[in-house]
Design a protein around this ligand. Sequence first.
Ligand SMILES: [Zn+2]
Length: 204
Amino acid sequence: MIFKKFTVGEMGNNNYLLVDNGEAALIDVTGTIPELDAVLKENNAELKYVFLTHAHFDHIMGLKALQDKYSIKVYMHQDEKEILDGTNNFLTAVGMDPIEIPTVDVYLKDGDKVKVGNAELDVIHLPGHTPGGVGYKYEHWLFAGDTIFMNSIGRTDLPGGNHQTLVNSIKERIFTLDDNVIIYTGHGADTSVEYEKKYNSFVQ
Ligand SMILES: [Zn+2]
């Protein structure tokens, strides 16, 4: 499997395109990725899936347009439904324009596997930033959404957030992975389990 990282939108969201054996999946969809069709073509791949790390608006706001253009199946954790359904209430409350809410095809739970081509990714439930946040793990790569960042952690002051739950997710479900696992975050730089165990002062 190969992947490409795209940084999209005003909040610097990282969206990841995974490609294996003629199939492609996007992890989170913030907006239009101008190079998307060219990259798909280059790799002889068809975009088939979207795997959401969570449903905050900055991770889903490009998804409805993508669904209109491609025939894709969207995957999200079952505990994230309230966040998705509440998107426009939240946006209106903070003075932002509502968005078109995407539909979800498959609801996930911890321990599920998702497939792109011949590659299987493990679904790891990482509640705390939101109730239904997940990481997707493939070999020594973890796509962790907004759970952990380099030297930082996800915010927990938004609806459904819980600081202690988030810290527990990181300690019990990320820091127990191999040290060499690279963490691909929802915003900002990549990091690793080894680095964060040593330097992340929010998780001690
Ligand atoms: Zn978020």
